[in-house]
Design a protein around this ligand. Structure first.
Ligand code: KIV
Ligand code: NA
Length: 269
């Protein structure tokens, strides 16, 4: 089965909203694959799957490992893999080498990287050489140490021109879509109107051309989700209840029961 392609996503500008979620793991990705247009293997996996405090510690190898799992587990959605901190900022050629390794080893359809105007040259270098790039501007978590935390962008109107310039630069450089993270609604609206590629919002209002959330956040696994998350599932409670019941059953010898126990073969009379 042919997957949704990069040009198909790009052509959705201004049309039916683009649906996306993150996935890091084959079984959850297989479910998301039935509903999403693209699946992002986000470097948020460092925090969600591996308990890191930020995404800064995520390695290329870790992204490739989870990227492979998600590609194997899916057949329909475009799979986009995040380039982790330190693997693309230095130069276009370093970025190409690492992006090519991600694409070859995972068989994903595109990569994503953080940064606006400053990354435009690299985005052009990659797309001209066969690597589709999704950009990511606004709140860029890999810069958390410079920003002093995860800070909502555009609260001060004076910064809007700079953010719009970032969006124009990545679109002009050939990015096929751009994630707008953590920004006020009028800024997201202004950027979405200003550029010809789809904007994918996370904490950036319904003004965007599509939406993405971290799967575990919307499933209710994150005990302290950000304001922009709508929690659609009760997975945290479901897991808690299941684990509590199991512990009780083991302690009272209710588990394993008859149905879970192997018996010796009794010869027929
Ligand atoms: O890493 C991630 O999950 C992301 C999305 C939330 C956009 O970059
Ligand atoms: Na990310």
């Amino acid at each position: 089965i042919r997957r949704i392609t990069v040009p198909q996503i790009a052509q959705r500008k201004g049309g039916e909203p683009i649906v996306s979620l993150t996935s890091y793991h084959a079984h959850t990705a297989a479910i998301v694959d039935r509903y999403a247009d693209f699946i992002l293997v986000g470097d948020s996996l460092g925090m969600v799957m591996h308990g890191m405090e930020s995404t800064v510690g995520v390695s290329l190898e870790l992204m490739i490992m989870h990227g492979k799992a998600v590609v194997r587990g899916t057949q329909r959605a475009l799979v986009v893999v995040d380039m982790p901190f330190g693997t693309y900022e230095e130069s276009p050629s370093v970025a190409f080498r690492n992006a090519a390794q991600i694409m070859k080893e995972t068989q994903c359809g595109a990569v994503k990287l953080e940064g606006g105007e400053r990354m435009a040259e690299t985005i052009r270098f990659l797309t001209e050489r066969g690597i589709p790039v999704m950009a990511h501007i606004g709140l860029t978590p890999q810069s958390t140490h410079v920003m002093g935390g995860f800070k909502t962008q555009g609260r001060d109107e004076a910064s809007w021109d700079r953010h719009e310039q970032d969006a124009r630069a990545v679109a002009e450089a050939g990015a096929f879509a751009v994630v707008l993270e953590g920004m006020v609604e009028p800024l997201a609206a202004r950027i979405t109107k200003a550029i010809s590629i789809p904007t994918i919002g996370i904490g950036a209002s319904a003004e965007c051309d599509g939406q993405i959330l971290v799967l575990e956040d919307m499933l209710g696994l994150n005990p302290t989700p950000p304001k922009f998350v709508k929690v659609y599932g009760g997975l945290g409670d479901a897991i808690e209840n299941a684990v509590r019941s199991y512990a009780e059953d083991v302690r009272t010898r209710a588990f394993p029961g008859e149905a879970q126990v192997y018996q010796v073969k009794t010869p027929k009379a």
